[in-house]
Design a protein around this ligand. Sequence first.
Ligand SMILES: Nc1nc2c(ncn2[C@@H]2O[C@H](COP(=O)(O)OP(=O)(O)OP(=O)(O)O)[C@@H](O)[C@H]2O)c(=O)[nH]1
Ligand SMILES: [Mg+2]
Length: 313
Amino acid sequence: MRSSMQYLEDRFNHKYNYPWIFLNEEPFTDEFIQMTRAMTKADCHYGLVPKEHWSYPSWINQTRAQECRLNMAAKDIVYGGSESYRHMCRYQSGFFFLHPLLDGLDYYWRVEPGVKFSCDIDYDPFKLMKERDLKYGFTLALEELRETIPTLWQTTVEFAKSHPEFIYPRTRPDSLFRFVTQDNGISYNLCHFWSNFEIGSLEFVRSKGYMAYFDYLDKKGGFFYERWGDAPVHSIAASLMLSRNDIHWFYDIGYKHDGFEHCPTEPHWLTYGKCYCDPGSSFDHNAGSCTNRFLEVTKKTVHDFIVTQPDSF
Ligand SMILES: Nc1nc2c(ncn2[C@@H]2O[C@H](COP(=O)(O)OP(=O)(O)OP(=O)(O)O)[C@@H](O)[C@H]2O)c(=O)[nH]1
Ligand SMILES: [Mg+2]
């Protein structure tokens, strides 16, 4: 976590001093608090996740949940056997935005341990979100593992049919529907924004529509009986409820998590030291990337997403 903080402070936050908020289902140790506080001049807040946001709801059959985990582990599905990962995905899908430490805030930026930021961020992404009235921002978009979400799409379709009032009409030219389906809604094409980086509007995730969608999914039990990730949940919700000008690709933010990296290709930025990453290793060029699809559906180019022009330095 300290390394992630160092990157983000160096690249961005030392100029802005936005507060850091850490949430955990068990109390943070004094060591964690002391060592993370030492990484920033900004305020740090440490919160406990309420028990009911990190435990089994009454309607979940825990024996069935365990069988599902064993089954998925036997098939070597990533985190298939993990109970904590499921609670984490459910928390990130439906509850983090309700934590009292986020009361009064308009936007969040999710930061995970072990991530890298490879470019100077010389504008304020939160300000950009507000100025452009954006609801969601991402750096990487890719395909989800199909085995983790066998019934997520079908469940989503049921929700959309029973709650059309929350769904952005797919026939409008600025609908994002086609970002997540290529056969007019019959199936999910697995595209999702990679939520370990996300800058989002808390108003959106706290909206009636989003919360109704999460509740509907939660009642179906797929966070436990399958391994629904918060990334497809956020992404499908955004694609069904928002429109193309609500979503921003933070193209100019170089970002790396595990083996996946986004690196902007502007030669200027490499020459003048704004970024250190290698554009050749950017996942955007990979067949499993969904950023091209995002551009196609939004009818935009990368240039529409560059916030600071190279000429400005
Ligand atoms: N409080 C808490 N946080 C957790 C737990 N498990 C995971 N997290 C957090 O959830 C986030 C994702 O977990 P990771 O273990 O990094 O998963 P990952 O390998 O990044 O997973 P993907 O990006 O989904 O492939 C990180 O911010 C973790 O710190 C847990 O049991 N308790
Ligand atoms: Mg991670």
